[in-house]
Design a protein around this ligand. Structure first.
Ligand code: PMP
Length: 300
């Protein structure tokens, strides 16, 4: 992978290669870490982090689910992130803060283990680098909301996502779509899901999904464009009869979907008008070309 010069670890900037942990780090064994994925964009006025404060807020919400006593405030993490970008010189790429139970205690209850915090950043291009993607309903069910706290971004949840992604290896599908315990559409392994039908946008309600920050941005963008967005329970049949579909996520940004389970969505197999408008508008927002969203940018 591409690297940068420094990683911030527990309040210090250390060389990338020196950012190491003990093999008996608690969260490595049991999946009890919480993290974020954030992007920094090179705008006309310099590098800016998109919705940094909202990502940090969600990070701390996730940490609270595990009763983690985080030895830094949200403000300190925001400042450390911006300082890391200044020191590494990264203008465009990905930022990964993680809070985890460190070394010093084994056994399931993490009480007594140190709470460690790291922030890394590196250059990272498009996550799904295709004009449109072909997706498949996963054989894996999205984690049940009564098995865990679905809207926390917990490392262990990503076992479910990894398996869904691995299932598609060697196939022509670019990404998976996970259904919930009722067979309703939940989300992608790392993306929220939307369809467009007769000029109206629909997306699954919160409950079994991560409350995506890109999902929230796209809902606001759609409203600015005068397109109505409704949260609605969606089944695969609704997708086949839809005109357009797309994924949203910090990594995936707005990724247009061509087919589900080899059935083309819409008539043309080409980017749909509304999805393309949303995608273009999203890029305008993150690159600072839409002044209505200026407060979402944290200037480096
Ligand atoms: N769902 C899952 C499971 C994810 O991992 C992500 C990526 N964080 C998303 C949705 C999209 O969330 P966001 O827009 O906040 O990146």
């Amino acid at each position: 992978m591409e690297t940068t010069k420094y990683i911030w670890l527990n309040g210090e900037f250390i060389a990338w290669d020196e950012a190491k942990i003990h093999v008996l780090t608690h969260s490595l064994h049991y999946g009890g870490a919480v993290f974020e994925g954030i992007r920094v964009y090179e705008t006309a006025k310099g590098a800016a982090v998109f919705r940094l404060r909202d990502h940090t807020k969600r990070l701390f919400y996730s940490a609270a689910v595990f009763k983690m006593k985080v030895p830094f405030s949200e403000e300190e993490i925001n400042s450390a992130t911006l300082e890391l970008l200044r020191r590494t010189g990264l203008k465009q790429g990905y930022i990964r803060p993680i809070i985890y139970f460190g070394y010093g205690k084994m056994g399931l209850n993490p009480k007594g283990a140190p709470v460690d915090v790291a922030i890394a950043c590196w250059p990272w291009g498009a996550y799904l680098p295709h004009e449109m993607v072909d997706i498949k309903v996963s054989k894996y069910m999205r984690i049940h909301p009564r098995s865990t706290v679905c809207d926390a971004k917990i490392s262990g949840h990503y076992v479910n996502s990894i398996l869904a992604v691995q299932q598609l290896e060697g196939s022509h599908y670019h990404e998976a779509l996970l259904l919930d315990f009722d067979g309703n559409i939940a989300e992608g392994p790392g993306e929220n899901f939307f369809i467009v039908s007769k000029g109206h946008i629909y997306t699954p309600p919160l409950g079994t999904i991560l409350a995506g920050i890109t999902r929230d941005t796209v809902i606001k963008i759609a409203s600015n464009l005068g397109v109505c967005v409704t949260e609605k329970i969606l089944r695969p049949e609704d997708v086949w009869s839809a005109d357009e579909a797309f994924f949203t996520g910090t990594a995936a940004e707005v990724t247009l979907i061509r087919s589900l389970d080899d059935r083309q969505i819409g008539n043309s197999g080409k980017p749909g008008e509304i999805s393309q408008q949303i995608k273009d508008a999203y890029l305008d927002v993150v690159y600072g070309r839409d002044s209505r969203f200026e407060t979402y940018l944290s200037r480096v």
